[in-house]
Design a binder for this molecule. Structure first.
Ligand code: CU
Length: 167
């Protein structure tokens, strides 16, 4: 009897190294170029409420932005990036408990699902506004812009709160 015993073919994928690394520069460094020319398309179906920017207890430390977002759009989109007006850099963070301590890290892309609210709140998702502006004073507002994966944007104002205030 001719039994095909473990007929595992050596499936060695031909690693055709297409080493065309040219033209893949991610950051082209033209951040100083005027961007006014690009007219952003407004995201559809997004409603943001209860937006607030909470200053850090220590001046100069990152501030956190929280808000409630609801989505009623048809397109399958994720939150691609966020801009906090006046901040040196902004990122979407996720607070997690790790080994009994709370830490935060870059959030996985936040997918917007119609009818499913997304809450940016203390202890969870938040926007980290690095290099905060000296101009941020409690009671004033800061413009926040979300950019979705389809390139549309949604801007809203967040009220500035002092570190000791309700988050
Ligand atoms: Cu953070």
């Amino acid at each position: 009897m001719n039994i095909f015993k473990s007929a595992a073919l050596p499936l060695i994928a031909p690693l055709v190294a297409s080493a065309s690394l040219l033209g893949l520069a991610a950051c082209s460094g033209d951040a100083d170029a005027p961007t006014e020319a690009a007219t952003p398309t407004l995201a559809e179906g997004i409603t943001v409420s209860n937006a607030r920017l909470v200053l850090a207890p220590v001046a100069g430390n990152p501030a956190a932005v929280y808000f409630d977002l609801s989505y009623a759009g048809d397109a399958a989109v994720t939150l691609a990036s966020v801009t906090v007006d006046g901040a040196g850099m902004s990122m979407i963070h996720q607070t997690m408990e790790k080994d009994g301590a709370m830490t935060m890290m870059d959030a996985e892309p936040v997918t917007l699902v119609t009818g499913t609210p997304v809450q940016f709140a203390p202890g969870g998702l938040h926007v980290m506004a690095m290099q905060p502006s000296d101009a941020w004073k409690p009671g004033e507002t800061v413009s926040i812009t979300l950019t979705l994966s389809d390139g549309t944007t949604e801007s809203f104002d967040a009220v500035v709160r002092a570190a000791g205030e309700e988050r």
